[in-house]
Design a protein around this ligand. Structure first.
Ligand SMILES: NC(=O)c1ccc[n+]([C@@H]2O[C@H](COP(=O)([O-])OP(=O)(O)OC[C@H]3O[C@@H](n4cnc5c(N)ncnc54)[C@H](O)[C@@H]3O)[C@@H](O)[C@H]2O)c1
Ligand SMILES: [Zn+2]
Ligand SMILES: [Zn+2]
Length: 440
């Protein structure tokens, strides 16, 4: 094992394993790689760029290379190089630069003793992936393989894995939580101190995603899929869990009047989750008539094609001036959150799911004097089994929300269409098995 493999060059970093070396043009005169990728034991891929240096001594250059690696830990290079030697490769949809996705060979994921490697059969494109693709959110830093809404079949298990075996149909939480911190122990795994999100590359959150033939994840975040649940529908479980969690933190007891603001993917699922939780009357507001049509089909009692003050007037009219008990806000802009606060009754709850804007202004006096509860909702905390049950029993319908199931090789094209806001697109699910068939 070299210094590099053992991680001896930097004790502060976790041990790294070099899994790919650059092709010839990236090899220095001394035969040392200048570009290479590494894979951490948590499967995150890192692309390293070492500046060429003139050095008379190869040994010295090697030293310099190691220190450059150390410094380059967060280097954003758009070059991901194909591996050389005996490292098994798989196909993955790589975001090599913003707005640039390609099918590339990357090393198979490593599988630690407590990890399970899954052959991905379906992975949904999330709205956050589309924002990440364009670079606006800063939450996906190329080069990265995105994808966190996945399902598939167990392909191999680590030596310490007990609950799963090869061939099991599974899905997994998009959050990799530690299971040990104060928040995890209380069941708030979405708030884990050591939280990592699969397929999100952003500082300490960096973690390779599931737009690939295989992915390895810790056993503790895995769920077995019921027979009746297809892989495609299972790719919706993450979003359904988000909706169920939002309704849980709203502390709905049944019989409430609810306003859902923004009936995109999350709003349409939240609407159905609110209904399943026993809410009696549900209003849906959006500025897009096609979304409102879907909201009506999926059970909204009334759809409202208004925003801002006009929306407030209409909701107050519909509730005889009282306001609704709960607002589920699934847009995340100043205007819609203000409308939510104006539409809720005194002592009511506005649950904030949407987060397009990083910050907003707040009408403090209204919130204080009307004693309104603003409740944030982040991802999910153990709602996956309930989400499976909701889909299987038809209490939450996801079929209408899936626009297309496409092979991974068409991923770049679908991302571009979603990014261009082509009308009537909802969830697109990519199937990497098609790539495997085509390339073997
Ligand atoms: N808290 C979480 O855990 C979590 C998880 C997933 C998504 N989100 C956030 O939830 C929000 C919705 O996500 P999505 O995937 O459903 O997005 P989406 O794009 O599918 O839906 C957004 C909807 O808001 C509507 N809208 C936009 N401006 C509006 C306005 N002024 N008034 C009324 N409606 C308006 C759009 O027409 C669209 O239907 C995003 O902000 C996303 O980042 C949060
Ligand atoms: Zn998502
Ligand atoms: Zn934790």
């Amino acid at each position: 094992m070299s210094d590099f493999e053992s991680g001896a060059f930097n004790r502060a970093l976790p041990p790294l394993r070099a899994v790919g070396l650059g092709d010839n043009e990236h090899i220095s005169k001394q035969g040392l790689p200048l570009h290479f990728i590494t894979r951490d034991y948590d499967n995150s891929l890192m692309s390293w760029f070492v500046h060429p240096r003139k050095s008379r001594s190869p040994g010295k250059e090697r030293q310099e290379m190691f220190s450059a690696c150390k410094n380059a830990f967060n280097t954003r290079t758009v070059v991901l190089l194909s591996e050389r030697g005996s490292v098994p490769a798989m196909k993955a949809l790589l975001l090599s630069a913003y707005e640039n996705l390609q099918i590339r060979d990357i090393p198979d994921p490593s599988c630690g003793p407590k990890d399970v490697t899954i052959q991905v059969a379906a992975c949904g494109i999330c709205g956050s992936d589309v924002h990440g693709y364009g670079g606006s959110s800063g939450r996906r830093i190329p080069p990265i393989v995105m994808g966190h809404e996945a399902a598939g079949t167990v392909a191999s298990v680590g030596s310490a894995v007990t609950a799963f075996s090869v061939g099991d149909r599974v899905t997994f939480d998009s959050t990799v939580y530690c299971g040990m911190c104060e928040f995890c122990r209380r069941g708030h795994v979405n708030l884990c101190d050591d939280r990592q999100v699969i397929g999100v590359s952003c500082g300490e959150y960096r973690r390779t995603g599931a737009f690939a033939e295989y992915i390895s994840v810790p056993e503790r975040i895995l769920y077995r899929l019921p027979e009746e649940l297809s892989f495609t529908d299972a790719a919706m479980l993450e979003a359904v869990s988000v909706a169920l969690h939002a309704v849980h933190v709203s502390e709905v007891r049944g019989g409430e009047t609810v306003l859902v603001i923004g009936v995109g993917m999350i709003g349409l699922l939240s609407l159905q989750a609110a209904r399943a939780a026993g809410c009696s009357t549900i209003f849906a507001a959006d500025v897009d008539p096609t979304r409102l049509k879907l909201a009506a089909e999926l059970g909204a009692d009334k759809t409202i094609s208004l925003s801002g003050e006009e929306l407030t007037h209409e909701v107050l009219r519909l509730t005889n001036g009282r306001g609704v008990d709960v607002v589920l806000e699934a847009v995340g802009r100043d205007e819609t959150i203000h409308a939510g606060i104006d539409c809720v009754r005194k002592g009511g709850t506005v649950t904030l799911i949407g987060n397009i804007a990083a910050s907003i202004s707040l009408p403090l006096q209204k919130i204080v004097t009307r004693q309104i509860r603003l409740q944030g909702s982040c991802a999910s905390a153990g709602e996956y089994p309930e989400a499976m049950d909701m889909i299987v029993t038809g209490k939450i319908k996801v079929g209408r929300l899936i626009t297309a199931v496409a092979p991974l090789k068409d991923g770049a094209e679908w991302f571009q269409r979603l990014y261009a806001h082509e009308p009537n697109l909802m969830k697109v699910v990519l199937d990497p098995r098609e790539v495997a068939i085509k390339n073997k």
